[in-house]
Design a protein around this ligand. Structure first.
Ligand code: S3P
Length: 432
């Protein structure tokens, strides 16, 4: 793909978007199917770089993953005790979910493994998974006193269940512990400071593993085998739909229908916030896709207003803050985001990147240690902006430029991480 992409202003967006498969659920489907002893078909799998990293790692552990012409996966697992020692270093690429979840799974296996990732992933904190996993008896070492990848994992003498109060709300940390807990010799109880996405818990239920939820705690008993479903249909990713929700809201003369959007309540903070900002959003055709709720969503242009986004909702919209910042620039009044310091340890420091790159378009955004302050509405100018090689930054910048005077984005092809067709879909929705 190009080194730079140029997007011009649009007079409106119209059409229907089939939302690509959920990234979080796609990862989990391959990991769990890899531990099953009967084959699993996965439809609407997200064929994007992050999920390909998980497929690559699971293949290296002996799992067969085949893909047909329509993109349907056929996964033949190795059974609960059947993974084999990889011949080489496992590469998680840019994917935090691949690295953190597999750390929990691999630490409970009776073999040696090493995991690494790209330059961004090697800078992201890993002690948050290594600390609780070490309490369970797992042996994981990493660079700089086990703070960063590469990670070297050696077999545990015994895997113990733990009671763990998580210091940060993180589905990746929770899921790493849950995966290791399956192999433990006693139950595990995890308590979250705020509810994070619960796709692992729901995927466990899909594979016949009971999960108990009591208040903010989750408890799980060790198992000996999984009972796999024949088919998993992955819902569309609300984090990908978020770009269209904001784009159609802020570009006058727009109406979009978003088909097959996952509306798991641990992910729908973006809908709550946009509605509170005055967005015209209608949720229709609610249904189930396995253990996950899905719906179609109609969104039309609306004048938004600024709001306060506080710490308690952040885990439910953690990946949507960059595009919400764009929405706030078009809203009347002040938007304040607080309690979002986790954004500083994503694919890039997203608080810094949002302020810096939208700033190049003339936006005045105040960056605080844990959030952003944005007074709207603001007039944006055409500019050359950098994606920081972060998929969600590139897509947020694309929406900001399309809704204003245009934008040129350097390093645009990082959208391949979660939404490979993003620019093509955007081009097809323009009314001009
Ligand atoms: C994810 C959890 C979130 C999210 C990430 C995907 C997952 O990260 O930001 O994009 O699949 O569990 P944290 O668990 O670090 O908050």
């Amino acid at each position: 793909m190009e080194e730079i992409i140029k997007l011009s202003p649009a007079d409106g967006l119209a059409g229907t978007v089939n939302i690509p498969g959920d990234k979080s659920i796609s990862h989990r489907s391959v990991m769990l199917a890899g531990l099953a002893d009967t084959p699993v078909k996965v439809t609407n799998f997200l064929h994007a770089a992050d999920c390909r990293s998980t497929i690559g790692c699971m293949r290296a552990l002996g799992v067969t993953v085949e893909q047909d012409a329509a993109g349907v996966l056929d996964i033949t697992g190795r059974g609960f005790y059947g993974l084999s020692e990889p011949y080489d270093v496992l590469d998680a690429g840019n994917s935090g979910t691949t690295m953190r979840l597999l750390t929990g799974l691999l630490g409970a296996q009776p073999f040696f493994s090493v995991m690494t990732g790209d330059a961004s992933l090697r800078k992201r904190p890993m002690a948050r998974v290594i600390t609780p996993l070490a309490k369970m008896g797992l042996n994981i070492k990493g660079r700089e006193e086990s703070r960063y990848a590469p990670l070297a994992i050696t077999p545990a003498e015994q895997v113990h269940g733990i009671e763990y109060d998580m210091p940060v709300a993180s589905a990746q940390v929770k899921s790493a512990i849950l995966l290791a807990a399956l192999y433990a010799n006693s139950p595990t109880i995890i308590t979250e400071p705020l509810p994070s996405r619960d796709h692992t818990e729901r995927m466990f239920e899909t594979f016949g593993i009971p999960v108990k939820r009591i208040g903010s705690s989750i408890s799980i008993e060790p198992v000996k085998k999984l009972t796999a479903p024949e088919l998993i249909n992955i819902p569309g990713d609300i984090s990908s739909a978020a770009f269209w929700l904001v784009a159609a809201s802020i570009i006058p003369n727009s109406q979009l229908t978003l088909v097959n959007v996952g509306i798991n309540p641990t992910r729908t903070g973006i809908l709550d916030v946009l509605k509170q900002m005055g967005a015209d959003i209608t949720i229709t055709n609610e249904r189930w896709s396995g253990c996950e709720p899905v719906a179609d969503i109609v969104v039309r242009s609306a004048q938004l207003k600024g709001i306060a986004i506080g710490a308690e909702i952040i885990p439910r919209l953690i990946d949507e803050i960059p595009v919400l910042a764009v929405a706030a620039l078009f809203a009347e009044g002040r938007t304040v985001v607080q309690g979002a310091e986790e954004l500083r340890v994503k694919e890039t420091d997203r608080l810094r990147a949002v302020a810096l790159e939208l700033g190049k378009m003339g936006a005045e955004i105040t960056e605080t240690p844990d959030g952003l302050i944005i007074e709207g509405p603001q007039k944006l100018n055409a500019a050359v902006c950098h994606s920081h090689d972060d998929h969600r930054m590139a897509m947020a910048l694309a929406i900001a430029g399309t809704a204003s005077q245009g934008v040129e984005i350097e390093e645009p092809d990082c959208v391949k991480i979660s939404y490979p067709d993003f620019y093509a879909v955007l081009a097809g929705l323009r009314r001009d």
